[in-house]
Design a protein around this ligand. Sequence first.
Ligand code: 6PG
Length: 255
Amino acid sequence: MSTPLELRVLPDSEEMSRVAAAAFVEAAVRAVAERGRFTVAVSGGTTPRETYAMLAVGLRRAVPWHAVHLYYADERCVEPDHPASNHAMVREVLLAHVPILAPQVHRIAGERGPALAAAAYDAELRAAFGEPGAARARTARTFDLALLGVGEDGHTASLFPGSAALDVTDRWAVGVESADPQRPWPRVTLTLPALCAAETVLVLAAGAGKRRVVRGVASDAPDVRTLPAARVRGREHTLWLVDEAAGADVEHAVG
Ligand code: 6PG
């Protein structure tokens, strides 16, 4: 049974980023108080950049970085300093500015190619979170927070509509081909079980291009075949933060 989805429409993308950064801080502080560490999966793309910048500067001291373990929702199979690398972006905007220890940054080694990089990442995730699989679907717990974006085609992380990766239940991470003609590299992505075993799922969407997807996700019966992002529900909480352009067709909604 999936948890309800909460959707908040913010006046603009700056406010969306501010609320997202505050949610990151709150989740980190709570997790460290309760369990001594905060595990977070972050995304690439343009939408969360501003949130990372806020965490790196104004909110730098609000996050218990010594106890943060940072993972990636997905990565392109490129060198770690390639402009298309999610790790390169997160390092530049966030990690270079905060006191997080290198062993606590769990990057995906995309440069090894999708099969090897996915196998290595899956093994690392198994060591951290235990084995995935149907038998564990109800009890598995992965990240305290999964911070995601969404594509205009409804993908999230690198789970694209129609992809066989959407049916994988026995791995935390898999290699996939890209369905994005602008960014054609193979990728490695977390699977649906990995994302849905996160305590909180936070999805950001900004701009009119995301309007159709946001409308679809907020509808009573989202078409999960065409909207993989609608299938991602956290164990406790699923929050979509969207700016007014992306949320033009929806009211604040819980469903
Ligand atoms: C990536 C992502 C991907 C992204 C969406 C939205 O690395 O590109 O993890 O899932 O979040 O494609 O991207 P934008 O934020 O650039 O619109």
